[in-house]
Write a new protein. Sequence first.
Length: 295
Amino acid sequence: MVVFGGYDSYILEWLPMALALRDAGLDTIIFDGPGQGTALDDGIPMTPDWHLPVAAIVDHFALADFTLMGFSLGGALVIRAAAREPRVSRVIAMDICTSLFEAATEGFGPTGLSVISANSEQMPAPLVNAAVAAIRKSDLLTDWVIAQGEHVMGVTSPAEVFHAWREYRTDDISSLITQPVLLMAGAKDHYMPLHMLPDQLMTLTAAPFGHCPGLHRSGVRPEPLPDRQHGPGPQGDPRLAGRNRWPDKSSVTRYSRDLIDRFRKARPSWTRKPCSSIGAMRRPMRTGLRRRPRG
């Protein structure tokens, strides 16, 4: 398994989980990519072309069959990488992020900055920068968000930050995904709105469709997506002829919310027990992340 983070993290924060995966029998590689952790400390800004750092990892370790997982903003980066790196075997988005711009500007409402950011592409850059500068003087959170955006994206002004954020999306590339994908979402995530789950699902038009084994353990048995009909693919795409046609977005949204509600009500005992890997996290650290031989 190959794992990376998102917008504001060092991959070393994930080391206990990587050790738990190692102890569970998985060879695990974790890394900071451009705009993350130590790479950012070395002055390397983030890039939406995430298949490039992933390709470097694949080449270095000569990987042939592996799962690629990204968390937080990595949920968008992993989709962007897998769409353009065919050597990725499986994809885990933990959690989904269909638009960094939407996630980053979600909290701008109270400051009035939401209108400015939403229309920043049509406004002169000096006007955008002046308006943001005035708000930053009285709002510490906005000040940090913009400063961090400049640092991570390698730009020097708020207008450039807003423009850069718009490049981190998945709707323009998700249709190229042909690998199995596991989408994860938090019902009360304070950054990623839940509607991003059906949004992402609707754009994975070429990915194989299946169900999550964890839901099966809970006793919840998802029904097939509503209104699916055999026929040509979305928008008549000839590459998808013969596949099941996707329903409209409202149907998928209802399906997603119903599935989450049913999972909550099931409340199986295994969801309330500590993960068996916790014990592994408390063991003395071992060098390397190669799996231990069984037997």
